[in-house]
Design a binder for this molecule. Structure first.
Ligand SMILES: C[S@@+](CC[C@H](N)C(=O)[O-])C[C@H]1O[C@@H](n2cnc3c(N)ncnc32)[C@H](O)[C@@H]1O
Length: 430
């Protein structure tokens, strides 16, 4: 079997990495006071090589589905759009902030990043688990050979082509408008819910079969049941006017993740994404009643995922009736504590059980949340976020009042402004 080598190719070293729990997030209080203590969903800040190393003792061979959408070797620096109405055409209403980098000295350096991570993802997958790697023409051919080495050539199920439209400055070649998603399984047995992802036949096919008995040489498909999708998919990219748009760069459409998660996992399964970005995988997994573990090296990605999660729970988009409330454990790999500054004294006021935001701050804030019974000296000093408000993704203002379920001795309020500054204020109830 041919294999890919380059001078610095290495197996991953054994890392001693640890995850520190910083907060529990109970969106809109859901599940905050239930007897069920274990929180399965995780949102982790950190380099995924170390994050995965830290997860191995608990999760090796346990994850049912991993979707990976790493940097593509595109030699670009991607910026996030933040602020009010980031999707508007008026640049004065939004600004650019750090997104993430996809810059490399050469292909060797890129493969040095990708290869050990692919190996760790393979180790984390359950024996019946499935892996999707999303790339494009820049590095897809090299990744395919690496995956054949790690998973086995015979474990490649599909090379999926995701096509889309959009403007392009290219005048010396055809417009590059597809990505490639490689779909591997760890073993011969795996989940593939074929009937859940069927799509309607094209009108022309239906008409042909309805008008002629001889069509299909007498073999008539079940037109009502629909067909199994081909291995080329069309979903529009997340554009300026789409309500799911977050402003985080290279965000993938929820419809794409919906097909992948529906096909390759069942309710209650664990779905992971270690290049989480804006949190598309977490959002869709929660909506479909799956548990999830997602991580990213950028704080902005973690923050976007958290806000998106809170907004979707408010819209009732998570889990469905029979699923437990989708609660989150926020973790960080490494020792560096989060940089939180004291917010101005008049940022928030407590009136009875209602927290009232200073109206002058409403336009500056991206997100705010509160722990009604903050106990910083209790040993774990974990922030329990029980009420939250996030700036609406499209029109509208951030909520300026949050109703606490009860009022403890100390109430801790955390705020994030549109520049990403983290501010805190502690209110005493005396
Ligand atoms: C293509 S984007 C993912 C977009 C995502 N699928 C979405 O729908 O928003 C790639 C992400 O990988 C993250 N990333 C790159 N290298 C990483 C690393 N070593 N550890 C963790 N995250 C990393 C970047 O910060 C970026 O958010």
């Amino acid at each position: 079997m041919p294999s890919l080598t380059w001078p610095s190719k290495q197996q991953p070293e054994t890392l001693s990495a640890h995850l520190h729990t910083e907060a529990y997030l109970f969106p809109h209080g859901k599940g905050a006071f239930s007897a069920e203590e274990k929180i399965e969903n995780r949102l982790i800040l950190g380099d995924n090589l170390r994050v995965m190393a830290a997860l191995l003792p608990e999760y090796e061979g346990k994850i049912d589905l991993i979707y990976a959408d790493p940097p593509f070797f595109s030699n670009q620096r991607y910026r996030a759009r933040v602020g009010r109405g980031e999707d508007s055409r008026q640049p004065e209403e939004w600004e650019l902030a750090k997104g993430y980098q996809d810059k490399w000295d050469n292909l060797d350096e890129y493969l040095d990043m990708l290869y050990p991570r692919l190996i760790l993802m393979h180790r984390l997958l359950s024996p019946t688990g499935t892996f999707y790697l999303h790339l494009d023409w820049h590095a897809n051919a090299y990744a395919r050979i690496l995956l054949d080495e790690i998973f086995g050539y015979e474990r490649l199920n599909n090379e999926i082509i995701w096509t889309y439209h959009g403007p392009s400055p290219i005048r010396s070649a055809f417009n590059r408008k597809h990505d490639t998603i490689l779909f591997y399984t760890k073993g011969k047995e795996y989940t593939f819910n074929v009937d859940d992802v069927r799509i309607p036949y094209a009108d022309s096919t239906v008409n042909t079969f309805q008008s002629s008995k001889k069509a299909g040489f007498g073999k008539k498909p079940n037109l009502k049941r629909g067909k199994v999708p081909e291995d080329w998919w069309y979903f529009p990219v997340v554009a300026r006017l789409h309500s799911e748009r977050t402003g985080y760069p290279t965000q993938k459409p929820e419809s794409l993740l919906e097909r992948i998660i529906t096909a390759s996992s069942n309710k209650g399964d664990i779905v992971a994404d270690f290049f989480a970005g804006s949190g598309t995988t977490a959002t869709v997994a929660a909506r479909l009643g799956r548990r999830f573990i997602v991580s990213d090296a950028q704080w902005r990605a973690i923050h976007t995922t958290r806000s998106r999660f809170v907004q979707n729970v408010l819209l009732g988009e998570e889990g469905g009736e029979e699923s437990p409330p989708a609660r989150l454990k926020l973790q960080r790999e490494g020792e560096v504590p989060p940089q939180v500054r004291q917010s101005r004294g008049d940022a928030v006021e407590l009136r009875g059980k209602t927290l009232v935001l200073n109206p002058n701050l409403a336009d500056e804030l991206d997100y705010w949340e509160a722990d009604p019974n903050w106990q910083p000296d209790s040993g774990d000093s974990i922030f329990r976020s029980v009420v939250q408000a996030a700036r609406p993704r499209r029109k509208g203002k951030i909520a300026t009042e949050l109703e606490l379920p009860f009022v403890g001795e100390n109430i801790c309020v955390r705020l994030v402004n549109v520049n990403g500054d983290k501010l805190e204020t502690v209110l005493g109830n005396r």
